[in-house]
Design a protein around this ligand. Structure first.
Ligand SMILES: Nc1ncnc2c1ncn2[C@@H]1O[C@H](COP(=O)(O)OP(=O)(O)OP(=O)(O)O)[C@@H](O)[C@H]1O
Ligand SMILES: [Mg+2]
Length: 317
């Protein structure tokens, strides 16, 4: 029997077919084939495992896939990205990690939820929480304007720039049961976004203030120190997190690169976002990555050893 690579995807439509085709083309001689995974009955022990490698682009939104992936990982399937760490990862943790690694991040605080599930009775269940919060102390740390955003999340959902205490209280009051972070707003002079796959990195200039499809700037790539520093810091963060694929964003202010968002374990791989050269990079590096796992030439970053504690040194840097 040959070796099979499975792909789990959501509604994205430009990446899957070229990726499967590249794996099939390059892997044919070694008996490796790739397909869209189809999952129905999943028992706790499946022998043999259908997939040697599964590329997961969507289990954050389909919990059944994640249940399968964790069990499959235990039985030897290589899962890209690590389903256990992805589930645990949060932006606030990542800010602490960046500081420990010597990568600049905006000053950030994590906030108690505004609301809780119905069973929580505030004066009985929440006795460990300071109330009311000392908003002046919080804002004196982050400054204003500041960015209020979910501790986990994506797609710019519930990301607010707050310019006053009134803005902050209003948007916090609307945050419901989400855990939010409040972060110094970096008034940037330049902005870059790095796509990292299997230790390889492509650095784009990025324009957050443009419309969605125009944000990746491809006619003016960063060069020199900016390109080098972005690549170095993006690799450092991604290696410590143990992700095979990730996107890392930096806002540049006074020549310093501030890591803004690097919790992107299902990076945007659409050809209309990252454009032709970015798309070719992604298909090439993703297919090489899974083929090296399928051939047993590569060990996942999360198998047995390195986790963030190995990267920050004794007691942290
Ligand atoms: N601290 C900050 N300073 C300046 N701008 C920020 C800051 N935090 C977020 N932003 C802006 O808001 C955008 C969205 O924030 P962020 O990337 O954290 O959210 P996201 O939902 O994970 O987005 P994506 O889907 O692009 O990954 C960023 O691209 C950036 O332009
Ligand atoms: Mg994100």
């Amino acid at each position: 029997m040959g070796t099979t690579v499975g792909l789990l995807v959501g509604m994205e439509n430009s990446f899957p077919a070229p990726f499967l085709e590249a794996v099939n083309d390059k892997g044919r001689a070694d008996g490796i084939r790739a397909e869209l995974a189809v999952l129905g009955k999943v028992a706790e022990v499946e022998s043999p495992q259908r997939y040697k490698v599964v590329v997961d682009r969507i289990s954050h939104e389909v919990p059944f896939y994640r249940a399968f992936l964790k069990s499959a990982a235990l039985q030897g399937t290589v899962v890209v990205n690590d389903p256990f760490w992805w589930e645990a990862d949060e932006k606030f943790f990542e800010c602490t990690l960046a500081r420990k690694l010597g990568v600049a991040v905006p000053k950030t605080v994590v906030l108690p939820n505004k609301e809780y599930v119905p069973g929580i009775v505030p004066d009985k269940s929440l006795r460990n929480l300071q109330f009311p919060l000392d908003w002046d102390a919080i804002v004196s740390y982050t400054g204003l304007p500041a960015v209020l955003k979910p501790n986990t999340g994506g797609g710019w959902r519930d990301v607010f720039v707050v310019r006053s205490m009134d803005d902050l209280i209003r948007d916090y009051d609307g945050s419901g049961t989400k855990t939010m972070i409040l972060q110094e707003f970096i008034d940037w002079e330049d902005y870059v976004r790095c796509v990292v796959i299997g230790g390889e990195v492509l650095v784009f200039r990025y324009a957050p203030n443009r419309s969605f499809f125009e944000r990746y700037v491809t006619d003016d790539p960063p060069t020199g120190w900016l390109q080098e520093r972005a690549a170095e810091d993006a690799l450092k963060l991604t290696a410590a997190l143990g992700y095979d694929m990730d996107t890392v964003e930096f806002a540049v202010r006074d020549g310093i690169l501030y890591a803004i968002d690097f919790l992107n374990p299902a990076p945007d791989f659409d050809n209309f976002s990252i454009k032709e050269a970015g798309f070719a990079f992604v298909v090439d590096k993703m297919s090489d990555l899974v083929l090296s796992y399928a051939r047993g030439e590569r060990v996942p970053p999360w198998h047995g050893r390195q986790r963030w504690w190995d990267f920050v040194g004794e007691g942290g840097a």
